[in-house]
Design a protein around this ligand. Structure first.
Ligand code: NOJ
Length: 545
């Protein structure tokens, strides 16, 4: 396996507790997931990213960890985890897990000890202040649900810092003992066979916080140390980081030689993608790709449409955000934290199959490695009656069977969506698996094409001048060949002239993926696209050319 496998991966993100219940307690578990690996292999995913699997009071869906060295008993045991890894390996699937180390749960024994006594060996593992910091109400991540970033702890009789909810006290990364311990945590899971981590809240992990100022010192060198530590244990391990920071800052997270965090989610492109879909124009994506900073060769972007959180639109201008809200989240209860939308893609696009497929081809056509959230491959919907982000965290819909085939229990971890256009009788794996026209069958055809097209993950991307605002054109060149991706963001039929442009017409275009059979693209002077149509054209080198 090449060391840079992650540049040509398809990552599937899932929450074990909502994927498949094997023991009938209404909560998905590791054995249930293991029983579904063949489904995932057939789908064409190469890597699984599991949302947190550790013991937790469950106040932030596992992002409040109470023990980094164990599996939440609701999900199974360490034995089940090792068996999962083994079965993944049998199928050539890699596993990465969430690394949530900016904070712990307030129920973590480290915090319990730290708050009890100033002599606790864990006291300095958290960030304290004897008095209320002047900026205590600033910097909240969940407006409307989080009062501030400092709270008073009645036991310690001190204020403690928490970037997220008040039950998630921040670890003090300035303390080398904390960094050493996190080193042991990652070693533990690497030894068990994971191929890496999805790092939660990376910018907050490395900021040095002082109660008397809002200024933060960013310790990028801690990321070098972490990377070094990981590489010594497993040379091909990856860290895929969540850092929703301005473009100017992102290169610091990759590091000059991808020696910090080799893979980062591309939040800027995610927002521009929704703007492009809302306005039916390619312009926002074109600009976003052009504005994306050049990253080191060993680094990679991770692209995504939906994840387990709201779509964060805070990087858009007000009028842009308004357009995306108007089109995809017009009702107040579809919106969250004054900045985002808590819906799945299929509902946002009104179940329109052509738009859904266009959106995914757009994601897959962007530079980087795609991350797809469970259930997206069948077009699952959301349940807006559930609080906050739970709306998009409902159980997987396997069949038109009780509880969607997720569990035999009468009551499940969250209700299965049972009614309406997106309920399990209408949207489920079993029906779609036997229907060649279904979204699932489409994904099963498209993902292998992507994996056979190294141009996308590893090639150099050039934005083409399509001379039509509605049409996005990208060209990829790598050592094994070249590819053109041409997508019509509008719902109207178009014909574009892509020639002559230097570097575009050298080669003979052959359709490798398209929304229908088109006439040959020939000399590229008249490339046809239906409304919401897409084409991937491999440029084969003509003999003697
Ligand atoms: C980012 C995660 O994606 C989100 O789900 C979580 O609530 C916060 N980090 C806090 O851990």
């Amino acid at each position: 396996m090449p060391e840079r496998w992650y540049q040509q991966a398809v990552i599937y993100c899932l929450d074990v507790e909502t994927f498949q219940d094997s023991d009938g307690d209404g909560v998905g578990d590791l054995r249930g997931l293991t029983s579904r690996l063949d489904y995932l292999a057939r789908l064409g995913v190469s890597t699984l990213w599991l949302n947190p699997i550790h013991p937790t009071p469950g106040r932030d869906d596992g992002y409040d960890v109470a023990d980094y060295y164990a599996i939440d008993p609701k999900l199974g045991s360490l034995g089940d985890f090792v068996e999962l890894i083994h079965q993944c390996e049998n199928r050539g699937i890699r596993l990465i897990i969430d690394l949530v180390v900016n904070h712990t749960s307030d129920q973590h024994p480290w915090f319990s000890s730290a708050r009890e006594s100033e002599d606790s060996p864990y006291r300095d593992w958290y960030v304290w202040s004897p008095t209320e910091p002047p900026n205590a109400s600033e910097g909240v991540v969940f407006p409307g649900y989080q009062r501030g970033t400092w709270s008073f702890d009645k036991i310690a009789k001190l204020w403690y810092h928490h970037r997220f909810y008040d039950f998630q006290p921040d670890l003090n990364w300035s303390n080398p003992e904390v960094r050493d311990e996190i080193g042991r945590v990652v070693s533990f899971w690497l030894e068990l066979g994971v191929s890496g981590f999805r790092m939660d809240g990376a910018p907050f992990v490395i900021e040095e916080v002082h109660p008397d100022t809002s200024d933060r010192i960013m310790h990028y060198e801690w990321l070098n140390d972490l990377r070094d530590h990981i590489s010594w244990r497993r040379g091909d391990a990856v860290v895929l980081a969540e850092a929703n920071v301005p473009r100017e800052q992102i290169l610091e997270f990759f590091g000059p030689r991808a020696d910090r965090l080799p893979m980062m989610f591309n939040f800027a492109e995610n927002q521009q993608t929704f703007l492009a879909l809302a306005r039916e124009t390619a312009a926002p994506v074109r600009t976003a790709v052009e504005a994306s900073p050049a990253i080191p060769p060993a680094a990679s972007w991770a692209t995504f449409l939906r994840n387990h959180d709201e779509i964060d639109l805070s990087g858009l201008r007000e009028s842009e955000r308004a357009d995306v809200f108007a089109k995809f989240g017009p009702d107040q209860d579809m919106q969250l934290y004054d900045r985002g939308i808590r819906r799945r893609l299929a509902t946002m696009l009104g179940g329109d199959q052509r738009r859904i497929r266009l959106a995914y081809v757009l994601q897959l056509s962007l530079p980087g490695t795609p991350v797809i959230r469970y259930g997206e491959e069948i077009g699952m919907g959301d349940d807006l009656s559930l609080p906050q982000r739970d709306a998009i965290r409902t159980p997987m819909q396997w069949a038109d069977a009780p509880q969607g085939g997720f569990s035999p229990a009468a009551e499940t971890v969250r209700p299965v969506i049972a009614k309406g256009d997106f309920g399990y009788p209408a949207v489920n794996v079993r029906d779609q698996a036997s229907d060649p026209a279904s979204l699932l069958s489409w994904f099963q055809r498209v993902l292998p094409v992507l994996r056979e097209s190294p141009e996308f993950g590893t090639g150099k991307c050039t934005v083409l001048d399509t001379r039509d605002e509605r049409v996005l054109g990208l060209r990829y060149d790598c050592s094994t060949g070249s590819m053109l991706a041409v997508l019509n963001l509008s719902t109207k039929k178009v014909t574009v002239d892509l020639a002559p442009q230097p570097g575009v017409t050298d080669g003979f275009p052959v359709d490798v993926l398209a929304d229908r059979d088109y006439a040959d693209a020939g000399d590229l002077t008249a490339v046809e696209l239906d409304g919401s149509g897409y084409r991937w054209l491999r440029l084969t080198r003509t003999v003697g050319a």
